[in-house]
Design a protein around this ligand. Structure first.
Ligand SMILES: [Cu+2]
Length: 135
């Protein structure tokens, strides 16, 4: 039992050593990357700022598709949408919620539409339609 445990811990130590060596290597790479970033032309800096700002906003996604059915009272619309790359969604038919009934004014089954999906709250998993128009 004791010898077995000793063997295990020796192995664990060896593994820890490997991992430490790996970490050192990674730190070296990170340092090189940071040096690279520091030497980037200053024109790239506003872009980095914009990217950071984007993350604090709620994500918005554009889609296109065909209206299958509309349920104004329930704020629902069923769309056969085309792939939405920004979400990694393939084409499918599905129900969406619209933020307000007036968005559905003049929208009926069979219409070809373009729409915008948005999270209402940052941690919301549900994306709702905030804009929809015939195309
Ligand atoms: Cu879908």
């Amino acid at each position: 039992m004791e010898t077995k445990q000793g063997g295990v811990s020796e192995k664990a130590n060896a593994r820890l050593g490997e991992r430490y060596a790996g970490t050192k290597k990674r730190i070296g790479i990170i340092a090189l990357l940071l040096m690279g970033a520091a030497s980037l032309p200053s024109a790239a800096q506003p872009m980095a700022g914009m990217e950071a700002q984007k993350k604090t906003e709620q994500a918005s996604h554009q889609g296109t598709g065909k209206v299958v059915s509309v349920d104004r009272a329930k704020l629902r619309i069923k769309l056969a949408h085309e792939p939405i790359k920004s979400l990694g969604w393939s084409a499918m038919s599905m129900d969406f919620i619209v933020v307000k009934a007036s968005l559905l004014d003049g929208i009926k089954a069979g219409d070809e539409v373009r729409f915008e999906l948005k999270q209402l709250k940052p941690d919301d998993l549900v994306l709702v339609i905030v804009k929809i128009e015939r195309r």
